[in-house]
Structures are given as structure tokens and as C-alpha cells.
Design a protein around this ligand. Structure first.
Ligand code: PLP
Length: 454
């Protein structure tokens, strides 16, 4: 960017006066204004003042192939100049949407061969539930409607996705569609009941699921939705075997198993999809977004099994169509970005990099456990989190006013690293091109930041 042409002060003013920022604390925002991120390259971003930071959050868990990939920009420009947009309703289509659907069917578990496009993760989840309800209606089971989700899950913020979301503070002063969703306990190994082994904890969570089905009635439950590893809810890794056992319960009760791979998909855990490769599950539906296009363009996708498609794809009643979809379903420029993104992931062996560097990142972040506030370091591969506490023995939290996550993130940013504070947590979810050397630099910065902040 030619910084001389960027009048940062004027931009801040416009931003502050007119841009309603998502997920922003207005009391802080009104005092401090915003940080303008103006430039990016590889693992780095730069602000309007010319400060350079290592991006520790891949934008927002999404810039998987790293920043400034000219070839993605070029693919988008080529598509935009050739044919930027045309409808995909009725029988219309476009080349990138068709190519990408076929590529996703190739990458996904074998039985997932059908793709419904949306504009992001929330919309993908929302569209999925609409399709699931439609599926059961067409099977003659209109009472099978309720979706089981989990406390602390994050599935987005459209009305329905926000209802699936189980992070209580996300819905403070908002309404939710409670008749559609029931939340189970999250799988939180760090805060599991005292004295329970991991195996007993897993039994306990599965038993809760079975009791909930018994109470509500399997005939009233359409689906169970879960992130393979909970992201925004605190990077919670379930006890070993949990997902496979939950899926077995779903099978036994004719409940669909939906994996929300918006964060875990496209390499973050070392594979294009984590469900089968890491967690040995075979979801009926996988949702993805974020890493699908590495954030270069908005895009979400619902990957649907052959079995479900058999019902969705049968002709509607006379005069009807499958009346769901968005103007931008299968947007050619977004699909062109995703195709190039996937080509880069494959060509550069990015999943392999995550499998090699990921365990090193985990191991090195764990060396920070000696800091007095670091109660837990958890996650897997390029999806990690520090949980800060007042007392490691009791796991008691620091008061909210202490803003411990914010303070640590602030000290890290001063030293050239952006990580994400979420309450008392600090999330590290970097571009998937970090090397061991990057990890060493990051951990050294975090070590200093923790000392300075706590
Ligand atoms: N699902 C998961 C697991 C997510 O982490 C997110 C976003 O962080 C979403 C859904 C929502 O995606 P979007 O913000 O693109 O609507």
C-alpha cells in the first residue's frame, strides 16, 4: 500500500462513526478506535502505521495458505473479468462452481458427494438445518425437527446458527429459537468433574446424550451437530473416542450426525477434513467455510451424503422446486478462489506441514505452563489455546475485570504477534505455513508477553 495515500486518521473517524463492528466491546472501541490492517504477506500483516505483526490467528481461523497469494488474486481477477456473476438458480451453473463441487466430492469422505453452497459458515449451518428439516418432511417424518447441539459450541450468528451456538454470552440480550435446539454438555477435559478419568468422562457424556434422546424422543430429533474440536468455545478437545461413540448413538436412533468443520477443515488438523482422518467418524453432513477459500472470498459449503441426496434430489411436488439457496450460492469468483486455494494446499503439501510442525507447536506452547496464570495449554496441531486462571490447583478464574486474555494479547501485539483473546483464553490458530522457526519466535514472544501481563 502507498501509505501516503492512506489518511489513517480520517479512516478511523469514518470507521468509528459508521461501521458497526461485529463482536466488539463498544466501551473499548469508543475510547481507542480501531486498528487498521492495511497490508499482508505470508505469515505477516501490517497496520496503517507500518507496524508488522506475525499473524497468530490466520485472520480469523481462515487464511490457511497465508496472506498475499498473488495467484489466488489472479484467479479471482480472471474470473471476475470473464464472468463475475450469474445465477445458479434453475438449471444455470458456472464452471468454477461445477469444478469445485467435484473437487470437494473427491476430497471429502467417500459417501459425501453433493455440495450445497452458501456464503460462509453461519449460512452453511443455517442452510443445513433447513435442508435436514426438508429431508425429514419428505420422508414423512415432520415431527423429527429438534437439533441437539452443545454448550459452548460456536456455529455462527444467523438466527438459527446463533441458536445452535452454545456460548451463553454470545446470546446475551438476543433472542433464540429455543423450540428447535437442545444443548448437551460440552466435552471439556480440563474442567471435567473431579475424580473422573477421561474414559469415565466420555461414558458420562454419552450417557447424557442417551438420556436426552430418551427424554425428548428419537422420533422428535433430527440431528446432532458438533465441531470435531470446539473452536471459539475454548479449543476443547473431546475425550478419546467421544465423537465415534456419539455417532454410534445417532445411528442407533436414526439421528443425523453433522460435523461443523468450518475451522477444522482444510488442513488445520493436518487433513482436508478431520472427521474421518482424525476422529474416525463418518458424518452424514460436513459443513465447511473459512479455509475452503482461505478467506480470499466469502464461501461456505454443505457436503451431503448420497443417502440424503437421494431424498433431496427427487423431484418436488408438481410446480415446485428445491426452494432454498442464495443469490451467491456457487459464486464464480469465490469458487475460483477456493479452487486455487485447494491447488496450493495440495501442491505445497500444506497438510503435511501441519502434521510435522503441529506437534512441535503443541509441545513448545506447553513450555509456557510455568507461568502462574497458565492453567491449561490445549488443542491440536494448528488449533491451540491457553486458558488463564487465578489458581492452578482450584482452576478458579480471574475476575472478568482483570481482562487477562486482553492484557496478554496486548503485550504480544506490542512485541509483534497477534493472538486472539476470548475472555480468559488466548487462541493461537495460525496460517498453516508456520515453520518450526516461526514457532520458536512466537513462543519467545508469548513468554515475554505472559511475564509482562501477569
Ligand atoms: N462454525 C464454526 C465452527 C465457526 O468457528 C464459525 C466461525 O468462527 C462459524 C461456524 C461461522 O462462520 P461464519 O463466521 O463464516 O459465518
Amino acid at each position: 500500500t502507498d501509505r501516503a495515500k492512506l489518511d489513517a486518521k480520517a479512516l478511523w473517524r469514518k470507521d468509528k462513526d459508521h461501521f458497526i463492528h461485529p463482536f466488539t466491546d463498544f466501551s473499548v472501541f469508543h475510547d481507542q478506535g480501531c486498528d487498521l490492517i492495511t497490508d499482508s504477506d505470508g505469515i505477516y500483516v501490517e497496520d496503517a502505521k507500518g507496524n508488522r505483526f506475525i499473524d497468530g490467528i490466520a485472520g480469523l481461523w481462515c487464511v490457511n495458505v497465508g496472506h498475499g497469494r498473488a495467484e489466488i488474486g489472479q484467479a479471482m481477477a480472471d474470473q471476475a473479468t470473464r464472468m463475475a456473476y450469474f445465477s445458479t438458480f434453475n438449471n444455470l451453473s458456472n464452471a468454477p462452481a461445477a469444478e469445485l463441487a467435484a473437487k470437494l466430492a473427491e476430497l471429502a469422505p467417500e459417501h459425501l458427494n453433493h455440495v450445497f453452497y452458501s456464503c460462509g459458515g453461519s449460512a452453511a449451518n443455517d442452510a443445513t438445518i433447513r435442508l435436514v428439516h426438508y429431508y425429514f418432511n419428505r420422508l414423512g417424518k415432520p415431527e423429527k425437527k429438534r437439533i441437539l447441539s452443545r454448550n459452548n459450541a460456536y456455529h455462527g450468528t444467523t438466527y438459527l446458527a446463533a441458536t445452535l451456538t452454545g456460548i451463553a454470552s454470545n446470546n446475551w440480550d438476543f433472542d433464540t429459537l429455543d423450540h428447535l435446539v437442545t444443548h448437551l454438555s460440552e466435552a471439556n477435559c480440563y474442567r471435567r468433574p473431579e475424580g473422573m478419568s477421561e474414559t469415565e468422562y466420555c461414558d458420562h457424556l454419552v450417557a447424557e446424550f442417551e438420556e436426552t434422546i430418551e427424554r425428548i424422543g428419537a422420533e422428535n430429533i433430527a440431528a446432532f451437530i458438533a465441531e470435531p474440536i470446539m473452536g471459539a468455545g475454548g479449543v476443547l478437545v473431546a475425550p478419546r473416542g467421544y465423537h465415534a461413540r456419539m455417532q454410534a448413538v445417532c445411528r442407533a436412533n436414526n439421528i443425523l450426525f453433522i460435523a461443523d468443520e468450518v475451522v477444522t477443515g482444510f488442513g488445520r488438523l493436518g487433513h482436508f477434513f478431520a472427521s474421518e482422518a482424525v476422529f474416525e467418524t463418518r458424518p452424514d453432513i460436513i459443513n465447511c467455510a473459512k479455509g475452503l477459500s482461505s478467506g480470499y472470498a466469502p464461501l461456505g459449503a454443505t457436503l451431503i451424503s448420497d443417502e440424503i441426496y437421494e431424498v433431496l434430489g427427487t423431484p418436488q411436488r408438481k410446480g415446485g422446486v428445491l426452494s432454498t439457496g442464495f443469490t451467491y450460492s456457487g459464486h464464480p469468483v469465490s469458487c475460483a478462489a477456493a479452487l486455487k486455494n485447494i491447488e496450493i494446499i495440495e501442491r505445497e503439501g500444506i497438510c503435511k506441514n501441519v502434521r510435522e510442525v503441529g506437534p512441535y507447536l503443541e509441545e513448545q506452547l506447553r513450555t509456557l505452563s510455568h507461568h502462574t496464570t497458565v492453567g491449561d495449554v490445549r488443542g491440536s496441531h494448528f488449533m491451540m489455546c491457553l486458558e488463564n486462571v487465578a489458581d492452578k490447583a482450584t482452576k478458579e478464574l480471574l475476575p472478568v475485570e482483570a481482562r487477562v486474555g486482553d492484557r496478554i494479547a496486548f503485550e504480544a501485539q506490542k512485541r509483534g504477534l497477534i493472538i486472539r483473546p476470548v475472555g480468559h483464553l488466548n487462541i493461537v490458530s495460525p496460517p498453516l505455513i508456520w515453520t518450526r522457526e516461526t514457532v520458536d519466535r512466537v513462543v519467545a514472544i508469548l513468554d515475554e508477553a505472559l511475564t509482562a501481563a501477569t
